[in-house]
Design a protein around this ligand. Structure first.
Ligand code: PAF
Length: 328
């Protein structure tokens, strides 16, 4: 009797072990991915496409576990997590990135890109690809450039029709020296702040406004905390799809290819999402009560930014700026 019971228990344990192993294989190794916004945003679109591509490309050996809406902290913490290897993957804006990869700051220069087509050509061309390669020296592996769109200005004080209206406005900016210089030069009072603090600060009135693309405005429903929107298109905002070097080192060559190819698909998914949300996002903002200034005199903004452009040229080299402008 005892013998039969032992055999039964051993068989049951073996069966459970086989099942667990099977499940582990079916689930794949977990890849933690963090990003700032909700799953139904351009970040989520990129993460979903990246996850799907990796699962297919590695025959299920890897499976993404998503931590959207800043669940792993602000972008600075997320980037540090990648460097430390506590997070395997992330999608981040260039906001905090240039504190880690200083060369990235060049893309944050206001009015550097003529339009979306120009920005995409630069990021997909030699310049953007060389920039991705520069992450490695800074303890990060960047695989592709996704997109958020062009940044616009919102605030609670008054309509911003031109540069003089910016005077004294307390605008939250990302923790990004190029953005800080730009808004200071334009006469505003730039307040660097991590994204997870922004909605609360707008609600409490410790800041008057913020600046982000339509994709972010819609995802965060910024009309709930902001009255005025001005379509300044002052800065193109890419986002980077990054993995941690320690995780990257654990992959074989075929898996690295799968992660890279899937990241490119993720980047394209974010661009498609942005194309779509930009078509209807401004109407949605209006329908939710935002007062929208549709156009500003960008030449006047550029002229006001002259002192900042001198600083940027010193920092990044006029040649670099010219090479970006020259891309058709
Ligand atoms: O403003 C920012 O910090 C970024 O644009 C955000 C909202 C995190 C999205 O990338």
């Amino acid at each position: 009797m005892r013998m039969i019971r032992r055999t039964f228990v051993a068989t049951a344990v073996a069966a459970t072990a086989a099942l667990t192993a099977g499940t582990a294989f079916a689930q794949g190794k977990e890849v933690k991915i963090g990003y700032a916004l909700a799953v139904n945003s351009h970040y989520g679109a990129a993460a979903n496409a990246w996850a799907e591509g990796v699962e297919k490309g590695t025959n299920g050996a890897y499976k993404f576990k998503q931590f959207p809406a800043s669940a792993l902290g602000g972008e600075r913490e997320l980037i540090e997590g990648l460097q430390l290897g506590t997070v395997e993957a992330a999608i981040v804006s260039t906001g905090a990135l240039s504190n880690f990869v200083p060369d990235v700051g060049v893309v944050d220069i206001p009015f550097l890109f003529r339009d979306t087509q120009h920005a995409r050509a630069v990021m997909d061309g030699a310049f953007g690809q060389d920039l991705l390669a520069k992450f490695q020296k800074r303890g990060l592996i960047a695989l592709a450039w996704g997109e958020q769109g062009f940044r616009h200005l919102s605030n609670n004080k008054h309509a911003v029709n031109g540069v003089p209206d910016l005077k004294g406005l307390k605008i939250r900016v990302t923790e990004n020296p190029v953005h800080i210089t730009a808004f200071r030069t334009l006469g505003a009072s730039p307040t660097p702040m991590s994204w997870p603090e922004v909605i609360g600060a707008l609600q409490q009135g410790t800041i008057d406004g913020q600046e982000n693309p339509i994709s972010v405005l819609v995802s965060a429903k910024l009309w709930q905390v902001q009255k005025h929107l001005t379509l300044t298109s002052h800065v193109y905002a890419p986002m980077a799809l990054i993995v941690s070097p320690s995780f990257w080192g654990s992959l074989n060559a075929a898996q690295k290819t799968a992660f890279t190819e899937a990241a490119k698909k993720g980047a394209l998914a974010s661009r498609a999402f942005v194309d779509n949300v930009e078509k209807k996002g401004v109407e949605e903002a209006k329908a939710n009560g935002m007062k929208v200034v549709e156009k500003v005199d960008q030449t006047a903004f550029r002229t006001a930014l002259e002192p900042a452009y001198k600083e940027y040229a010193k920092k990044f080299g006029q040649k670099t700026l010219d090479s970006i402008t020259a891309v058709k």
